[in-house]
Design a protein around this ligand. Structure first.
Ligand code: NDP
Length: 322
């Protein structure tokens, strides 16, 4: 009797060996899983600590095709997850703590389990660098944004601030002049890091004003951001600026720490692809912002996810013949 009760209460065992394991559950990871599962490859997604990725932190997404009225970022990601599950993917909301790509099958260790796979897709994305000042987290997606292409059109006719002095900051500032009344670039130094061509274009644009040697010390607002406190680091003078929005463009950190020493990275720490979506290790692929620091869009990440899945399917077919 006791044994019967124990057997009835026993949770179904989650399989430990898969054809494909996808690390990361943003647009790249979900799209890759939709394709591999649909191709009848047993697929596991290990979603990490923020399933859904960067879009979980945004509000409305207007530029993802298929949603004529736009869609909220978290809703888009929940819908992608449901579609992925409907295709038969197993999804585990756990974090990968170690990987062993030195021999096959590949081993992936999470906080609670060890899994094995014949192929792996790394889709861990990148994280925008934060200023780390008071109010930044509170007003994130409430006037503080990390992507001008995504959110710029919501700030028509407003005074907008861009923090940073690199190519991204110049590109974002120029893009934002299409919507903003004025764009204020707040940069901590007296010269830009951006390439000469980007600097020239930004200097020529009379909607862009530069605030040199200046750091943002605090972000304030009510429902939405409406003020920043900036300090000039050479004069120590403080200033309050009334603004409609703040775009932080101080670089991204690719989420590749786990793979250092096994997967080849470029000089900025992004995964260096070899041949389409293949990494330096045969059977390990990468998709999305973890290798792409040029486009960084949900739709491009999804596109890369599809490409990696097709490459995985071909790789598994070729290897099963050997
Ligand atoms: P970068 O690392 O090149 O620039 C980051 C900028 O942010 C720097 O000006 C840096 O200041 C500033 N910054 C960093 N941390 C802080 C902080 N805590 N507070 C305030 N300011 C800070 O990053 P990007 O994203 O601009 O560019 C990444 C790469 O992508 C580059 O190689 C770039 O050339 C490339 N890229 C190319 C584009 C193009 O060609 N169209 C467009 C976008 C990116 P400081 O200067 O003082 O270090």
């Amino acid at each position: 009797m006791q044994a019967e009760i124990r057997a009835e209460n026993k949770k179904p065992e989650i399989k430990k060996k898969f054809d494909v394991i996808i690390i990361g559950a943003g647009p790249a990871g979900y799209t890759a899983a939709i394709y591999t599962s649909r191709a009848k490859r047993e697929t596991l997604i290990i979603s990490g600590i923020l399933p859904g990725g960067q879009l979980m932190l945004t509000t409305e997404v207007e530029n993802y095709p298929g949603f004529s009225e736009g869609i909220m970022g978290p809703e888009l990601m929940t819908t992608m997850r449901k579609q992925t599950e409907r295709m038969g993917t197993t999804i585990i909301d756990d974090e990968v703590v170690n990987v062993d790509f030195r021999r096959k099958p590949f081993k992936i260790l999470t906080y609670s389990e060890e899994y094995e796979a014949d192929a792996v897709i790394i889709a861990t994305g990148a994280t925008p660098r934060k200023l780390g000042v008071k109010g930044e987290q509170e007003f994130s997606a409430k006037g503080v944004s990390y992507c001008a292409t995504c959110d710029g059109p919501f700030f028509r006719n407003q005074e907008i601030v861009v923090a940073g002095g690199g190519d991204s900051a110049m590109e974002e500032a120029m893009f934002l002049t299409k919507f903003a009344k004025n764009v204020h670039v707040v940069h901590r130094k007296d010269r830009l890091r951006a390439s000469k061509i980007m600097q020239d274009r930004a200097f020529e644009n009379n909607k862009i004003k530069f605030h040199w040697n200046s750091v943002i010390e605090e972000i304030k607002g009510n429902e939405k951001v409406n003020q920043i406190m900036i300090r000039n680091v050479s004069t120590n003078q403080q200033e309050t600026m009334s603004i409609g929005g703040l775009f932080v463009a101080i670089g991204h950190e690719p989420n590749t720490k786990l793979f250092k020493g096994q997967i080849e990275l470029d000089d900025q720490g992004y995964i260096a692809l070899k041949n389409h979506t293949h990494t330096n290790i045969d059977g390990v692929f990468a998709a999305g912002d973890v290798h792409d620091h040029r486009y960084r869009q949900a739709i491009t990440a999804a596109g890369f996810g599809c490409m990696a899945a097709i490459d995985v399917d071909r790789y598994l077919s070729e290897n099963s013949k050997k």
